[in-house]
Ligand binder design. Structure first.
Ligand code: F6P
Length: 358
């Protein structure tokens, strides 16, 4: 009897998804030869709900180590809607269990971020054999020190900051760069430090615009003709942090900007007279080939998942803990966040460098 292993990628994509799929597939073939068959579920949980899957040929896993995105396609299928019957009257959990059964799966690998892991845990509790793999450029999955995709995004965002430096210097401007990360600021913190940003603003630590301006003015006084502000997408001012999301969204709309970055740039210009510009690299941070670091990490994670399959060790997700690859129980990590903590050593590194944290 062949073991049938399903694989899906869910949520936002990132570099390293294909490298992880490849790592798992090649290690499975290595261990089990023709005793294993891999079934690709298309477009994440959406494919599991709709029965959109197909048996994969081993050659499909060749040549994908360096390829960005995901060969299986992905989609955001929010966890909070999984147990809600919507207009289409589909019972999503029942549909996913049916597809698992119809496809004769022995287990299912779910590659994704926090939302993906919540649904993975739900399916595990429903009796399916699930193994998670932690992906996200946000690096905010509980229980793992690092997720694949993060370091490639750090490299890309750092390159953006490097390039912005030269144009900022030429024009004597304050440049505000919006880095991805709505709830977690890891990407902004790491790329900000790597790119030599002068101010780093994170969602976890509301900023006071007066403190931001103070850094810009101090730099101008010291003869520096430009400043670089790395702003996480989800950064909030101290005032906004006291409000409900609806309220600060409405206030921003009223003032004519939607993002913290646009607001910060306008405020710096008004308070200092310096010319400001914003830069939003957006989804570029999730695109293209994974870095060497992420290729190695993805291969480590993928091969570990193959070992878990061989041992029939389910209901877990792969993790890196103190430089060792291990597995955490899905039930222990699902629904938990991993924001940048107040005592994060990298925050102290930034402070020691005189980087403003708002
Ligand atoms: O979770 C990864 C991420 O890139 C976040 O940093 C960002 O806020 C979000 O996804 C963007 O999502 P979407 O691609 O659905 O616009």
């Amino acid at each position: 009897m062949k073991k049938r292993v399903g694989i899906l990628t869910s949520g936002g994509d990132c570099p390293g998804l294909n490298a992880t799929i490849r790592g798992a597939a090649k290690a499975l073939y290595q261990r089990m030869g023709d005793k294993v068959e891999i079934v690709g579920i298309m477009n994440g949980y959406d494919g599991l709900i709709r029965g959109n899957y197909r048996a994969m040929d081993p050659h499909e896993f060749n040549g994908i180590l360096t390829v960005g995105g995901t060969i299986l396609g992905t989609k955001r299928t929010p966890f909070k809607k999984m147990t809600v019957i919507e207009d289409d009257k589909v019972d999503k959990v029942a549909a996913m269990k049916k597809t698992y059964k119809d496809a004769k799966l022995d287990c299912l690998l779910c590659l994704g971020g926090n939302g993906t892991h919540k649904t993975a845990n739900l399916l595990s509790q429903e009796g399916l054999n699930i193994i998670g793999l932690p992906k996200t450029i946000d690096n905010d999955i509980y229980g793992t020190d690092v997720t694949f995709g993060f370091h490639t995004a750090v490299d890309i965002a750092t390159d953006v900051i490097d390039r912005i430096h030269t144009t900022a210097g030429s024009h004597s401007r304050v440049m505000c760069i919006e880095i991805m990360g709505n709830k977690a600021g890891w990407l902004t913190l790491y790329s900000g430090i790597a790119g030599g940003a002068d101010i780093i603003l994170l969602p976890e630590h509301p900023y006071d615009i007066k403190k931001v301006v103070k850094v810009v003015e101090a730099r101008a006084k010291a003869g520096k003709n430009f400043s670089i502000v790395a702003v996480a997408e989800g950064a909030l001012s101290t005032d906004e942090a006291k409000m409900k999301r609806k309220e600060w969204t409405a206030r921003r709309a009223e003032a004519g900007y939607t993002t913290a970055t646009a607001r910060i740039a306008k405020e710096i210009e008004a308070m200092t007279g310096a010319e400001t510009r914003t830069c939003v690299p957006g989804h570029m941070q999730r695109g293209g080939s994974p870095s060497a670091y992420d290729r190695v990490l993805a291969t480590q994670f993928g091969t570990y998942a193959a070992k878990l399959v061989a041992e029939e060790h389910y209901g877990v997700t792969v993790a890196m803990v103190q430089r060792s690859v291990t597995a955490n129980l899905l039930a222990d990590i699902a629904g938990k966040a991993r924001p940048v903590p107040d005592d994060c050593p990298m925050l102290n590194v930034a402070r020691s460098m005189g980087i403003g944290l708002g």
